[in-house]
Design a binder for this molecule. Structure first.
Ligand code: PEP
Ligand code: MN
Length: 457
């Protein structure tokens, strides 16, 4: 039986990467309000996601997790949310059709508002202010007032997450995600002949197959609706604790602020507040592992988070960097697999491959991202384990934040449309291009015959 530690117990563990507020009284007031708010997601939905992740842990599905590095209150618009969904659904179609594998679709969305930072402060022109920690904590504007940590923002996070999730549910269940309209999602989409031609060809084939099935009398609900799940990094202990509730069906605790929560690479310490909170939740849980991860420091945390080895409970998201993944990931995969534990192995090819351009932009190169993805597939091919998914920072807009890809974006282009407040994201075309790359790798894997026939769409 899981019981949630009290907030006092968690605070006594001195969680890292937390805001420092001026008024504890105001924090307590905000948290009391949050505790009375309705859930954003249901426990049963979290369980459904867990079952799907369990499939992806044993080679019968593939997880596509993606979205902004940091959502912002400014990007709480219909067009921004639709854009993000559209690119994720397009990628999912490529993966489902080309790789013939059900795709579990998870957004970094409706809650991804808080950021861990390497530096506490930022200095510009001799002025030093607290670092921007995401809209959940402070403002991006470089003024003392905006950078102050404001607990009132937690209520805004809840409201923004609720509004986002509402639209996501409407889009995915209300007709927008109808497979037959996938051409229209992308009428103004892809800018390069190479990627668009391949996408057009694929959607044309799907349309013909669908028309055939419908003519035969098959008209499945899964052609019209999509199961889409929300995830975010569980960073702010106060907020995550306030959205933890006891599910009346099972009498067990769930975080009702998102379906899947993950622990970041900087906050995954054994015995730390993040692990102590999340180990007591029934949601599916992710854990990011960077180059500092070893079998010795990871296995005990996995044991803590999932002592019962429950199928679908754990997702391990590696973000080693393109030049390290082939060396650092295999011993971890081997050590985990040798315990009999089945986790879902996901590749985050973004966070180990960030660099500064000559012009001072934080950027990533498409070829480095592709290299890490290929490294991930190579590692699993060598070990005979299943590459369970990818985790991407992307956006639905034609931003210029990452260099390379079919449009050959160069460093001089970065200034055209550099909009992220945190890490650089793949734009729509780069995201789709990556989906084709992953689909090619997936379709090259020998898979045992299976009676699993759902298209999951
Ligand atoms: C992120 O996902 O934006 C992030 C901060 O990742 P990591 O914990 O892997 O550094
Ligand atoms: Mn990021």
């Amino acid at each position: 039986m899981k019981t949630v530690p009290s907030l006092e117990t968690l605070r006594a563990l001195r969680p890292v990467q937390q805001p420092t507020y001026d008024s504890q009284g105001q924090v307590d007031e905000v948290l009391a309000q949050l505790r009375s708010r309705p859930p954003l997601v249901f426990a049963g939905e979290c369980d459904a996601l867990k079952s799907k992740i369990a499939e992806a842990s044993v080679g019968r599905a593939f997880v596509l997790q993606g979205g902004d590095c940091a959502e912002t209150f400014d990007s709480l618009t219909a067009s921004s949310i639709r854009g993000r969904l559209r690119v994720l659904l397009s990628m999912a179609i490529v993966l489902t059709y080309a790789a013939e594998v059900p795709v579990v679709k998870i957004g970094r969305i409706a809650g991804q508002f808080a950021k861990p930072r390497s530096a506490e402060s930022e200095t510009r022109d001799g002025v030093t202010l607290p670092a921007y920690r995401g809209d959940a904590v402070n403002g991006f504007e470089f003024t003392e007032d905006s950078r102050r940590h404001d607990p009132g923002r937690l209520l805004q996070v809840y409201n923004a997450s609720a509004a986002t999730l509402n639209l996501v549910r409407a889009f995915t269940k209300g007709g927008f995600a109808d497979l037959r309209s996938m051409h229209s999602w992308n009428s103004d989409f892809v800018r390069t002949a190479q990627v668009s031609k391949r996408y057009e060809q694929l959607t044309g084939e799907i349309n013909r197959a669908l028309a055939f099935m419908i003519a035969c009398g098959v008209d499945d609900e899964s052609f019209r609706t999509v199961d889409f799940f929300a995830s975010h990094e569980a960073l702010l202990i106060d907020y995550e604790h306030s959205l933890t509730r006891i599910d009346s069906r099972t009498d067990t605790p769930y975080n009702v602020g998102g379906h899947l929560l993950w622990i970041g690479d900087r906050t995954r310490q054994q015995g730390g507040a993040h692990v102590e909170l999340l180990k007591n939740l029934r949601n599916p849980i992710g854990i990011k592992i960077g180059p500092g991860a070893t079998p010795e420091n990871i296995l005990p945390v996995l044991d803590d988070l999932d002592p019962d080895q429950e199928p679908g409970r754990l997702t391990v998201i590696s973000r080693m960097g393109k030049s390290k993944i082939r060396d650092l990931l295999p011993p971890i995969v081997e050590a985990v697999e040798s315990t009999g534990r089945k986790v879902c192995w996901i590749c985050d090819p973004m966070h180990g491959n960030t660099f500064s351009s000559a012009t001072g932009y934080k950027t990533r190169s498409f070829s480095d991202v592709a290299d890490e993805v290929n490294g991930f597939f190579d590692v699993h091919a060598t070990l005979g384990t299943w590459p369970g998914g990818i985790h991407i920072e992307l956006t639905g807009d034609d931003v210029t934040e990452c260099v390379g890809g079919a449009t050959r974006l160069v460093e001089a282009d970065l200034s055209h449309r550099y909009e992220t407040l945190c890490d650089p994201r793949l734009n729509r075309t780069q995201s789709l291009e990556l989906a084709f790359l992953v689909a090619d790798r997936l379709s090259g894997i020998e898979r045992p015959a299976t009676d699993f026939v759902s298209m999951d769409f």
